[in-house]
Write a protein that binds this ligand. Structure first.
Ligand code: NAP
Length: 506
């Protein structure tokens, strides 16, 4: 538990829209930021009148009137901003957010806290300490420093600003904007930040990387976190599509654990491990206890580990890291996560003829697990050179995968596994590796894709009367194994599955 606040930032165009959104924000937010610079210019007066007539709201409202160069929505001169604040508006708000250049104007404002804010929308400047010192010499009660994190490590100087504050320092709101900075929004309150910002709705973000207030409260539980909270996360090249935070946070919540799972978008894995993870070299300590690792880092992570378990070493990929006593241990839960639902549905896999389509990281784990069970595996891939390397490693057959002639090939198999992204929500959602007609002799279809839950391939299998397993089952099974590695407790499967389904239906 911490003392920080969640502020929902509202950008409405009209006064009516503003009040509709304030109404929905009220039950969720400690503070509601009214972005006056986002209102149509001729709606500002009406909005102010409405706000002044609702004295009960005063304790929650924060006013912001920011110019374009500081992330605002319209060009505002120094005079425009001073005139706005000098109109007496400050008395209807608990807080006001102002820029450094009008700092001298704020001394007499009636609101309870004045936030001096600095924004860098392109990156993180090298002189953050100097900027923060400058802000704290103003009449501000609270400092806000918002920078853009293009890389996860860009947020390190910002985090140091939070961690290195002296006890008498003014409260700070540190924000690293962008997907790579999301973790700062989630963990800031636990480390003493005054406030963190959230959007009212998914898709209504007022700054890059903002998370919805409902998710900040229910999924990440940001106000319940503290310095003792064990931090886990997904290390990926792009975390924006991952449902793992929903799955793992639901598990931690169901098990009433002081743990949180955050998105960790990492481009440079070496730098991330050196500067943020490895105890001997890290510059900040977030209390990381483990990671889920996915594309493109599943193989690259291996050189950073102190120990790799036998299965992961044989597969040649790690999707789970546990950090204990300063050491990093690697595991692979994709293989057991893949095989468990398959065995439960198909039964004994000995000599079962399995066609695996795709030659990437997932295929690698599938092939390993299938061979362990004694299945007869054939690999289909569009890039036969790449597939040949994988096939040679496991001693299996490779066939060039072409949708047009797949039928003759798959009629010889009992189980068809899709380990390509074909059918995933987005560009390839309307594609399938096989049609109902082609599937009619197959005994079971297993599509690793879980978004959407009901893929084109699954629908074709259903049409052909062929039983099918979707990717959700593997996702939950491999996630459950991760949970068990990290916590040594049994995973709450129902809570995990429910959370993923809820997220995917949004
Ligand atoms: P990956 O390493 O990128 O490999 C993808 C494979 O699919 C590559 O062989 C790629 O061929 C091939 N491919 C891509 N687009 C294709 C197309 N249009 N036609 C034919 N082949 C194509 O990805 P991955 O990690 O193996 O994951 C594969 C899929 O499994 C993803 O959709 C992922 O979400 C899913 N998955 C699900 C779970 C789960 O828990 N349910 C776990 C892991 C993965 P090239 O090499 O020629 O590009």
């Amino acid at each position: 538990m911490n003392n920080g606040k969640i502020c929902i930032s509202i950008c409405a165009k009209t006064a009516d829209e503003l009040f509709e959104q304030i109404g929905r924000a009220e039950p969720l937010a400690d503070v509601i930021e009214v972005r006056f610079d986002r209102l149509e210019i001729d709606e500002v007066g009406k909005a102010t009148d409405l706000i002044s007539s609702r004295s009960g709201l005063r304790n929650k409202l924060l006013a912001t009137f920011r110019s374009e160069d500081q992330g605002g929505n319209r060009h505002l001169s120094y005079q425009d901003r001073v005139a706005f604040w000098n109109s007496g508006i400050d008395r209807y708000f608990v807080g006001a957010d102002f820029e450094e250049d009008i700092a001298e104007e704020v001394a007499s404002w009636a609101c309870e806290y004045r936030i001096a804010s600095f924004h860098d929308l392109s990156g993180c400047p090298s002189n953050l300490d100097e900027i923060s010192d400058r802000l704290s010499t103003t009449h501000a009660d609270v400092l806000k420093v918002a920078v853009q994190a293009n890389q996860i490590t860009d947020a390190i100087p910002l985090w140091k600003l939070l961690e290195n504050r002296t006890p008498d320092a003014k409260p700070l709101i540190p924000i690293a904007m962008g997907e790579a900075g999301k973790w700062t929004r989630i963990l800031a309150l636990a480390h003493g930040a005054f406030m963190t910002y959230a959007s009212l709705d998914v898709g209504a973000e007022t700054a890059p990387g903002q998370i919805s207030a409902a998710d900040m409260i229910d999924v990440f539980r940001v106000k319940e976190l503290d310095r003792e909270t064990e931090v886990f996360g997904i290390v990926a090249g792009d975390t924006s599509y991952s449902v793992s935070p929903w799955m793992h946070n639901a598990a931690f919540k169901a098990a009433t654990m002081n743990r949180v799972f955050v998105p960790l978008q990492v481009a440079d894995l070496d730098e991330f491990i050196r500067r943020m993870v490895r105890p001997q070299t890290r510059e900040i300590d977030l209390n990381f206890n483990g990671f889920s690792v996915t594309n493109p880092h599943k193989q690259a992570i291996m050189r950073h580990l102190d120990e790799i378990d036998e299965t992961a070493a044989k597969i040649g990929a790690v999707n789970t890291v546990k950090i204990e006593n300063g050491k990093l241990y690697g595991y692979n839960t994709d293989a057991p996560g893949f095989i468990a639902p398959l065995k439960a549905t198909f039964g004994d896999l000995k000599n079962a003829r399995v066609a695996v389509v795709g030659a990437g990281g997932a295929a690698r784990s599938c092939i390993f697990a299938l061979q362990q069970e004694g299945a007869d595996v054939a690999l289909f891939a569009r890039d036969t050179n790449k597939a040949a390397v994988l096939a040679a490693e496991f001693g299996i057959r490779v066939k060039e995968f072409e949708i047009s002639n797949l039928r003759s090939e798959i009629s010889e198999c009992d189980i068809l596994v899709n380990a390509t992204p074909l059918g995933t929500k987005g560009e390839t959602q309307n594609k399938t590796i096989a049609t109902a007609e082609q599937l009619k002799d197959v005994k079971l279809v297993y599509d690793l894709i879980y978004n959407p839950l009901d893929t084109f391939l699954i629908r074709e299998a259903t049409k052909a009367g062929v039983p099918a397993i979707g990717g959700l089952e593997m996702l939950i099974a491999q996630g459950a194994k991760q949970f068990e590695i990290w916590t040594a407790e049994t995973a709450p499967l129902d809570a995990m599955a429910e959370a993923v389904k809820k997220k995917l239906k949004l």
